[in-house]
Ligand binder design. Sequence first.
Ligand SMILES: NC(=O)c1ccc[n+]([C@@H]2O[C@H](COP(=O)([O-])OP(=O)(O)OC[C@H]3O[C@@H](n4cnc5c(N)ncnc54)[C@H](OP(=O)(O)O)[C@@H]3O)[C@@H](O)[C@H]2O)c1
Length: 415
Amino acid sequence: MSIEAEEVVLHRAQPHKDMYCRTLKRGLSLQCRFQHSLPKPALKTMQAWQTFQYGGTDKLQLNEMAEIPTVKNTCTDMLVKVHASSVNPLDVRMLEGYGAKTFNCVRQLNKCSLNADEFPLVLGRDFSGTVAYVGKGVKNYKCGDEIWGALSPWQSGSHSEYVLGSICYSSKKPSSISHSEAASIPYAGLTAWAGLSTFGELSEKNAYGKRVLVIGASGGVGTFAIQLLKAWGAEVTAICATDAVEMIQNLGAENVLDYKCPEFKYNLKELKGFDLIFDNVGGEYHDLTINLLKSWRNCKYITVVSPLLKNADDKGVLFGTALSVVQAGLDTAMSLKDGKSLRWAYFIPNGCALKTIARMVDNKQIIPVVEKVYKFEEMPQAYERVLNGHARGKTVVDHTNEEIENKHKEECVKV
Ligand SMILES: NC(=O)c1ccc[n+]([C@@H]2O[C@H](COP(=O)([O-])OP(=O)(O)OC[C@H]3O[C@@H](n4cnc5c(N)ncnc54)[C@H](OP(=O)(O)O)[C@@H]3O)[C@@H](O)[C@H]2O)c1
C-alpha cells in the first residue's frame, strides 16, 4: 500500500490545541500532533451498517449519517478508524435476535438505566484500523497508531467507519500483515485463547506434548486454536470435513479425522488419551468423545457452544441463567465421576492476549486464515456467506474506500 500523505487540518477541538492530522490515502493512517484534545470531532457522521429490527440480512441497512461514537472514558478510550472487520457466526445470529435479552440487560447495567438503546444495532466484533483520537489519559497509544481489537457483543460494533476502541480490548496490530488479514483474528482468536488458556489452563509453559483434540477445526476459532496449540508445542488431532483435511494438515495438526468418512465414529473410538478436548461444534460430540479424555488427570472438555444465551432468550434472563447454571452443574457433575471436567467457555476481551498474539503473528507462528474478503458495501453478502456455514477460515470485510476517504477529506478541509 502506498503511503502518500496529504496534510489536512481535521478540526480545531480547543482554540489552544490545533489538531493537525495527516490523512493517508486509502484511509491508511491518521497522525495527530496533539492527540490529547478531546473531540468534538469535525466529522459527526459516518457510514455504518445498522439494523432497526431483528431478522434476516435484508434487515441490514447502510446508514450514511450514523453517529460517530464519542470517547467517554478518557483514560481508556480511543476512536478508531476501521480499515477492516470480519463477520462472525455471532453477528449473523445476533441479527436474528439471538442473545438480545442478555445483551440488553448488560447494556442497561452498564448505563445504569432501563433505557439503554438496543437499536440501531451495529454488529461486528473485530476491527483493525488506525487511532483517530485518544482520550487524555490514554498511555502508549497516539493518533495514527495501527491497532486491532475485539468488542463484546453488547458494544456497538465494527461494521462501521469508526468504532470505540479501548486499551482494555485492543493492542497494536501485527505489522507484518494487512488490515484485512488482521481483522480475521481478534474475536475468533480470543475465543480460542479463552477456551484453551483461561478455561483450559494451557499455556506456552505447560502445553508441550499435551494431546489435544480440536472439533470443528476448519472455522475461525478452530483454525486459530490449532495454530496456537502448535506454537505451544501441543500434539493436535483435528476433526473436519473432507475438503478441509489438507488445509488443517497444513496448519500443523498431526492427525486429522474426516467426519464425513463412513468409518469416522469407528476411527474416533480408536483414539484415546487426550488431555484436552476443544469443541467448536457441540451436539453429539460431547457423548462421542468424553471417554477419549484421560481419567483422573484433571483433563478438560472445553466447549464454546453452550445454551446460555438461548436459555435466556427462551426463558428470560433470570430463569434462563438459572437453568444454564443447573445444566452446567449437571454436566460438570457427570464428568467429575471420572476425574474429568467439562467447562463452557466464552470469548473474553483481552488486550494483553492480543499483544501476545500480534507477536506470534509477526513471528509467523500464527497465520491469518482468510476465506474471502468482501467490500464494505457488500456487507449483506458477507453475512450471507457466514449464514451458509461450512466456513474455511474467516470472512473479512475491507472498509477502505477511496470515495468515502475523498468525501471526508473535503469535509475536513472545509472545517
Ligand atoms: N462461546 C463464545 O463466546 C463463542 C465465541 C465465538 C464462537 N462461538 C461459537 O463457536 C462455534 C465456532 O465458531 P467459529 O467462528 O469457528 O464458526 P465457523 O467459522 O462457522 O466454523 C465452524 C466450523 O465447524 C465445521 N463443522 C460443522 N459441523 C461439523 C461437524 N459435525 N464436525 C466437525 N466440524 C464441523 C464447519 O465446517 P463444515 O460444516 O463444512 O464441516 C466450520 O468450518 C460457533 O458455534 C460459534 O457460534 C462461541
